[in-house]
Design a protein around this ligand. Sequence first.
Ligand SMILES: [Zn+2]
Ligand SMILES: [Zn+2]
Length: 343
Amino acid sequence: IFHEMKKYQTNKSGNITQMSIPLKPNDDGMVGRECPNTDCILKYFQIGQSIPDEFLKNGNNLSDSNITCPYCGHVDHFQKFHSEDHKKWIESMIHRDMAITIQNMLQNTVKGFKSSSNSGFSCSMSFKPGPLPNVRYYTEEKLKRKVICDNCGFQYAVYGISFHCPFCGKGNLQIHLTRNVEITRVLIEESIKLQSEQMDVAQRMIGNALEDVVGIFEGFHKNIYVYGIHHKFSKEDADKKEERIKVTFQRLDGAQKLMLTDLQYDIFSSISNEDRLFLEEQFLKRHVLTHNLGLVDEKYLEKANYYSKQGSELEILPADVSRALEIVTSIVGRTSQHIIIEK
Ligand SMILES: [Zn+2]
Ligand SMILES: [Zn+2]
């Protein structure tokens, strides 16, 4: 009964026909996959086509193995990770083939119909095939974040950040953290180069770098926390907790309290009190920078450890931003090691 799809048929036993339909990779050589876990939020990711030798050496076959969702860590058989769009595309090809079969059957029936003139009655029949259903257009999404697993070398692409390598399951958040830190370091270095010639541009750049440091702290902790609560609590409870986050992770004490209460982990357990106070000061500066054009306000004076004149311009030093970046990197790295479950 199959026409255009016949070439994909691999096996037939009884009423069951097995087909193996190759998926066309996008320009980056990636093919889309979708996590079958109904609680998974992002679901869609892409995997590369070159399989690490280590895996093939043991006689393994990717299409017959388990893979891991890079977002939620769900482990399941490779064949369960078909995307909804893939399914719709294949269904549309089946519908088209079925329509061809039905039209052919009708055409053959009509051909076999003979009119009789002996009875004094004659008629003729003809069948004009109608338009066939279209095959659904399928294209992979553009995912900007491409990752090469530092454990197995497998290449994949995700929205934003991934917690696991789909192939070996290893926790991969550190790769994203390292890249973010590298970008912020470039900003700091560039601001130093510009200091003598374009002071105002240099100040803006170092301010942006400080905002990045806070962004790394907030963004990574928030995502790790969401991952952690979804592994620990029911979906309903985790969703409620997620709704309450808002900007909590922009504050050091807020982040510490939430992680400690819900995931029993003290994010500051690995740093000295001196580093914690220093970070507090830098976060305070960033607040003034974002909300008061970098001019010292009353709120800053209330909390700051150093005297500044109200209304004066805050001084942001590249060395301070670098130190804050190192401290944040170390904290986030440890938090991710502690919360992310290795697969
Ligand atoms: Zn998932
Ligand atoms: Zn891997």
